[in-house]
Design a protein around this ligand. Structure first.
Ligand SMILES: [Zn+2]
Length: 69
């Protein structure tokens, strides 16, 4: 658990793969969070834990409202 690169790719909130492009060595423009409005609450929670890790899409994106088909 002391592997820094491993930590950087992990969501600080739920521990899942945060799918961060920067942590994976890819351009920030290719990251899922690029141009996405992250939820303030999730962002604040993550920052309270660490500012070196990105959150995963499940935590960072607003919960989609389910629409009846
Ligand atoms: Zn997460």
């Amino acid at each position: 658990m002391n592997d820094k690169s491993q930590t950087e790719t992990t969501c600080p909130l739920c521990g899942a793969d945060n799918q961060c492009a920067v942590a994976a060595g890819r351009p920030a423009e290719s990251c899922w969070c690029y141009g996405v409005q992250m939820e303030g609450e999730a962002l604040e929670k993550a920052k309270a834990i660490t500012d070196a890790q990105c959150v995963c899409p499940a935590c960072g994106l607003p919960v989609p409202t389910e629409e009846a088909p």
